[in-house]
Design a protein around this ligand. Structure first.
Ligand code: ADP
Ligand code: MG
Length: 255
């Protein structure tokens, strides 16, 4: 657990005059389980979306597995890495979204086999084997032929997790994976994430408001405020003995 697999080096992200991230320095080591907490609008989702290259950055450098996602050209402007390179880098990352983002017109099985077939060029049989393995892992083997709309929110999110894993990513990103769920469905999704967190090699970066869960599974917790890491530490440090007033305020409001 020593090599950084994700590095944000003085990253700035602005929409016009509005700065979301300012000079963000942040890293995640290989195999590390890191949780980002913080108020709404503090830039948490933006960090994950930048890693998925769903957003560009305004300044700085982001590295995934040692390679920059963008680099400066000779005029000093940031340009994306080439499409082929980006595609290769994207396969290292899987993301689980708050709103599941499943393909509604595809069966559960097809949701899991589509990207491995199209992006990785997996054979139909291989993609199906892998999908069935993953559906067993998330406890949904019986639901392979259903459409997302026929499943509960908790089941849909477990499909979302299986779909992210289908690409065999080294890094899994979770953006408030249980925030859209009815309270009684949260536990089944957290159980799946808990199982994944016990995998030593998988790097996990998660945004969540489930503080008890974050405390249980994280190696490190970062409190984000106004586009910066305001305070970070082990779960015991950050939850048990927060040093900064803003962190204390936030934690007493949400726990
Ligand atoms: P969080 O996930 O911590 O709630 P976000 O990363 O989603 O925060 O957003 C940070 C800030 O950036 C918010 O104030 C949001 O309104 C703003 N923002 C996000 N996307 C856009 C956009 N496309 N255009 C303008 N502002 C945006
Ligand atoms: Mg968000």
């Amino acid at each position: 657990m020593s090599e950084p697999i994700i590095v944000f080096d003085k990253v700035k992200k602005a929409y016009g005059n509005f700065t979301v991230l300012q000079d963000l320095d942040f890293h995640v080591n290989q195999g590390e389980k890191v949780t980002i907490i913080g108020p709404s609008g503090s830039g948490k989702s933006t960090v994950l979306r930048i890693l998925m290259t769903l957003e560009t950055i305004t300044d700085g450098v982001v590295y995934v597995g040692g390679d920059p996602l963008w680099h400066e050209n000779k005029n000093g402007t940031l340009v994306k890495a080439g499409e082929a390179h980006l595609r290769k880098m994207r396969t290292q990352l899987g993301m689980v979204f708050q709103q599941f983002n499943l393909f509604p017109h595809m069966t559960v099985l097809r949701n899991l086999t589509e990207a491995p077939r199209v992006v990785l060029g997996m054979s139909k049989a291989e993609a199906k084997d892998r999908a069935e393995e993953l559906l067993a892992l998330v406890g949904l083997s019986e639901h392979a032929q259903k459409f997302p709309g026929q499943l509960s929110g908790g089941q849909q999110q477990r499909v979302g997790i299986a779909r992210a894993l289908a690409m065999r990513p080294k890094i899994l990103l979770f953006d408030e994976p249980t925030s859209a769920l009815d309270p009684e469905l949260v536990g089944e999704v957290l159980n799946v994430i808990r199982t994944l967190a016990s995998e030593h090699d998988l790097t996990m970066l998660m945004v969540t408001h489930e503080m008890r869960f974050a405390r249980e599974i994280s190696d490190r917790v970062c409190f984000f405020d106004k586009g910066k890491i305001h305070e970070e530490g082990t779960p015991d440090e950050l939850f048990g003995n927060p040093q900064k007033e803003r962190t204390q305020q936030f934690l007493s409001a949400v726990t």
